[in-house]
Design a protein around this ligand. Structure first.
Ligand SMILES: NC(=O)c1ccc[n+]([C@@H]2O[C@H](COP(=O)([O-])OP(=O)(O)OC[C@H]3O[C@@H](n4cnc5c(N)ncnc54)[C@H](OP(=O)(O)O)[C@@H]3O)[C@@H](O)[C@H]2O)c1
Length: 325
């Protein structure tokens, strides 16, 4: 596994998203033993960047990682997120990036993760009620105290990124980016490059869709959040199957899997881009990590890059309200 540097943080070329081990997807939380084996296998394969958040579960995903990383903390660049649980009264799924909330949140995350420091601490969503300078200042204090090594933002727009960065340099912005969600390219990525901030694409496999493994919404269990996602419902779903087929066609040409091709396309967009594909299965972390060695020709990159746009928004209307676009 190659390594790259996101501003000042050395990470593996491909990371691991832990969310689905506990939260959001079909089968989440049903096999912690396999999830822990998946984390261990990732480390063996040289994957270092592991991604979680306090809201995943909530809390249980961090606890799971805490168990998985016992005795292995130094092998990992551990990333977690605050700001979607308000400990000052608002509760879960309430935006709160106020300094008081961050100071409480960090103690909980450190405890659950079984560590004395978080390598990359992201604001999960921009909080319109807290000036970003106050949020950045609070994280800066945690960095001064040694509880956090680096600061990140998620789904933040260019203005917020600049303002935060002026108070505390931002190491990485984590936003959705994949073959079928390319919104960051126009306004966000140029600012990241100007300021030397890394990009960590979340849902790099299109929430599993681009792998070709999702062929019908009937595959989703009741708690799977893709059930309400516009891209995965009704006519949009049927339309989008053609995109998964396009990725599969290139994969057949390359002799790789569609998941590997989707990741290799992201890697080809720049050395400042480190995707965090999510899986709770050993076999898939092996497959995804091997994408580091997949090379696409200029023609294949072109073909993938000119795929038609996906039908349907990538978020529900309620989720979209929390994004800076
Ligand atoms: N910052 C944010 O707001 C935000 C939002 C969403 C996600 N994230 C982070 O980003 C990470 C990745 O995103 P994601 O999990 O939403 O989406 P993703 O990585 O695009 O896709 C994950 C889905 O694909 C399946 N999958 C993984 N590898 C596969 C393969 N090789 N073949 C077929 N299917 C495969 C997984 O199922 P199995 O688990 O069953 O393999 C899971 O259902 C998350 O884990 C989380 O840490 C952050």
């Amino acid at each position: 596994m190659r390594h790259v540097t996101l501003r000042d943080l050395e990470v593996s070329r491909i990371g691991l998203g832990a969310m689905g081990m506990s939260h959001g997807y079909t089968g989440s939380g049903t096999d912690d033993a396999e999830s822990i084996r998946t984390v261990h296998r990732a480390l063996e394969l040289g994957v270092t960047l592991i991604d979680t958040a306090e809201i995943y579960g909530p809390y249980v995903n961090e606890e799971l990682l805490g168990r998985a990383l016992q005795g292995r903390r130094d092998d990992v660049v551990l990333a977690t997120k605050f700001g979607l649980v308000s400990h000052t009264g608002g509760g879960e799924w309430n935006l709160d990036s106020g300094p008081a909330n961050i100071r409480t949140a960090v103690e909980g995350s450190l405890k659950r993760l079984g560590t004395d420091h978080i390598d990359l601490y992201y604001q999960h969503r921009v909080d319109p009620n807290t000036p970003i300078e106050d949020t950045a200042g609070a994280v800066r204090e945690l960095i001064d105290q040694g509880k956090v090594r680096a600061f990140g933002l998620s789904e933040a727009g260019p203005d917020t990124i600049r303002r935060a960065h002026a108070v505390q340099p931002v190491t990485a912005v984590q936003s959705e980016y994949s073959l079928w969600t390319r919104g960051v390219e126009e306004r966000v990525l140029p600012v990241l490059r100007e300021l030397n901030i890394g990009l960590v694409p979340f849902s790099p496999l299109g929430r599993g869709f681009l792998t070709g493994a999702v062929r019908s919404p009937d595959q989703f269990d009741e708690n799977d959040f893709r059930r309400d996602n516009p891209r995965f419902t009704g006519e949009n779903f049927r339309h989008n199957l053609a995109l998964a087929d396009d990725v599969a066609a290139v994969a057949a040409e390359v002799g790789a899997t569609p998941a590997q091709v989707a990741l290799a396309w992201l890697l080809a967009q720049g050395e400042d881009i480190v995707p965090i594909p999510g899986t709770k299965r050993v076999s898939r972390v092996e497959e995804n990590a091997a994408a580091d060695a997949v090379v696409l020709t200029a023609g294949q990159l072109d073909k993938l890059g000119s795929m038609p746009p996906a039908a349907g928004d990538t978020h529900t209307a309620a989720q979209a309200q929390m994004l800076e676009r």
